[in-house]
Design a protein around this ligand. Sequence first.
Ligand SMILES: *Cc1c(COP(=O)(O)O)cnc(C)c1O
Length: 343
Amino acid sequence: MIDLFSDTKTRPTPAMRQVMANAEVGDERANEDPSVNRLVERCAPLLGKQAALFLPSGTMCNEIALAVHCKPGDEVICDATSHIIGSEGGGPAAIAGVMLNSIVGARGIYSAVQLQEKIHPEWAHAPRQRLVEVEQTSNFGGGAIWPLSTLQEVAGVAHAAGLATHMDGARLLNACVASGIAAAEYARGFDSVWIDFSKGLGAPGGAVLAGTRDFVYEATRLKLRWGGAMRQSGIIAAACEYALDHHVARLADDHANAQRLAEGIAAIEGLSIDVSAVETNLVYFDVVATNWNAEKLCNALLGRGVRMWPVNSRTVRAVTHLDVDRAGIDEALVVLDGIALSR
Ligand SMILES: *Cc1c(COP(=O)(O)O)cnc(C)c1O
């Protein structure tokens, strides 16, 4: 199976499993797990923040950040394609109790001018505006990278209006590898930021949320309250640290494979894609000129050992990662070429 459904489909490599088996562990909840402590001490400066917190998932990072920054009824401004809107089970409403006010950006990226237009003076009739959120890279924006200047302008507008800023960095390191810009630089204007270890980094789980010491203190209370505190989770943190050492630079391979896949798709009759829009490891293409809808096409692919995700009736997503090499991409293209106009 060539599984391009998501970069979460990676399995820990033998070397990663070895490190996990040998990890020094303790009771994480009591701050006694040396592997977890080492990971967060490393991630805080990586993200340019005072402190950081180990959490089971990126979703929990987002939900905790929303709840620390906001009170119930407060408004979070984010892009219309945001993961917090469509992919977290309604958590922002159910858990943090926040209102989401969305901006229709370009490929998941909105401008400081668009943000400024959303911001209004304090008015008791409206939800209290409190937080501005961005996603680096933008998942449903096609893996697009927020330019550093746009992030700085957006953060500037937010802070000038007294709003806090949060960066969903599920694939922040993909942006860093693609652009050569450091994670701390991208995150500079953001009061909180997190990275995921279970996406392109290839760990079996884990995410790290960073911010000021006060922010992390409050986030820790919610981690405990919501049952996110673990015990000997150093087994997972060791995999995350291994990923930081061995799986970051290689994200460039995923990006090259995504380019190759996109160029191959562009050459297949009936499929359409904007190759220049593929900046990282996410590849979205359109099947509307074939006789397939996206779901049926993906089912046909699955029957031939290639897995992709129909995100809507006409769009398919394919994600490159650690467990699919260049030969796998070429094979997926052969299968796709054989199927695209066969219906
Ligand atoms: C995957 C993802 C998340 C959630 O992370 P999990 O670790 O899967 O909970 C949040 N935001 C974006 C943009 C993602 O792609």
